[in-house]
Design a protein around this ligand. Sequence first.
Ligand SMILES: *[C@@H]1O[C@H](CO)[C@@H](O)[C@H](O)[C@H]1NC(C)=O
Ligand SMILES: *[C@@H]1O[C@H](CO)[C@@H](O)[C@H](O)[C@H]1NC(C)=O
Ligand SMILES: *[C@@H]1O[C@H](CO)[C@@H](O)[C@H](O)[C@H]1NC(C)=O
Ligand SMILES: *[C@@H]1O[C@H](CO)[C@@H](O)[C@H](O)[C@H]1NC(C)=O
Length: 297
Amino acid sequence: MNLTILIVMAVLTGVLGSPYVTDTDVTPGSDSAGMSAHPNSVPEAADGTEVFHEEGVVEEEGVEEDVMATGELNPSHYPAQRAANVVKHYLNTRYGSPYRWVGLHKVHSANAEEVAESGRKYHLEISVQEMTGNTTEKCSAEVLFPALENQRSPQVQASCEALLTANTTAQEEALYQQYRRNHTLLSGHNLPDSYGHIDPDMKPLWHLGGVASSFVMLKESTENTLYNMAQVANVTQLETENDQLRFNYHVLLHDMVSQEIIHWKLLVTWSPAEGVKVLQMEELPKCEHCEVPPKPN
Ligand SMILES: *[C@@H]1O[C@H](CO)[C@@H](O)[C@H](O)[C@H]1NC(C)=O
Ligand SMILES: *[C@@H]1O[C@H](CO)[C@@H](O)[C@H](O)[C@H]1NC(C)=O
Ligand SMILES: *[C@@H]1O[C@H](CO)[C@@H](O)[C@H](O)[C@H]1NC(C)=O
Ligand SMILES: *[C@@H]1O[C@H](CO)[C@@H](O)[C@H](O)[C@H]1NC(C)=O
């Protein structure tokens, strides 16, 4: 799969190399034409978790060069994709559950403006995909990346067509009761495993890990990052407290820009009534030789 995409990209680069020279410089004053040899576009994938496993497709300098573009942006280039992914994380923190995990489907349009003193604001029209039910819908969103160093988390506003109307109440209640009633506390590791496989029983815990990771990724995102949850290294259920199921998660996040794999430990609670909360998040020391696990099947 990875190899196939790399080959396709290599062919595209070879065949379409020169048209990109004239194509990319849509913004006056933008440097984007400079990276013409590498079409700085993000491969689209229906499942947002799969987008960023194509190692080496994009040159890092290309990623950097595009950052300060303003005005109308190319929807498939990194600045638009980075801002759109922040919207995805935001939606997960608001509406996520083991049965509602939002991925980015497509960026339709994007533009960026400098907002005096406060930072850079992106206006986006995107489609998001709810990955457990496989439904797609459109959202309008604004993302403000604050200019101040000490105020790093982006601020997001979003309105989506129908995300909230998907009624997962029955599934959530059944899962909650199942996890609660079981005398054995659940645990799992390597979701997905090194073959990209996830046991069907473990999928809700993988989705919950993805939603919980969005809390970290929303908080940590800047205009220079592009995070993706790569793997749940392990998850352990703790004793239920105050009707909230509790889990310790160890997740691997992948930053596409720096190509770093970053380990985080999270204390996550969930109940249908209260939703997903991340009570503690701890970044672990950098991992020198970690590899990106394969994407899930
Ligand atoms: C999701 O839906 C799209 C279009 O309806 C379809 O092409 C795709 O195969 C579906 N994906 C999954 C994982 O079911
Ligand atoms: C969702 O479905 C449950 C029954 O499964 C029902 O009680 C509830 O009112 C529904 N909620 C909405 C918002 O439609
Ligand atoms: C209870 O947990 C055990 C161990 O994880 C698992 O094998 C079993 O299927 C669970 N039972 C239910 C009803 O979920
Ligand atoms: C979870 O995975 C991490 C990374 O592989 C490992 O360091 C840690 O010991 C594991 N924790 C448990 C409880 O298995």
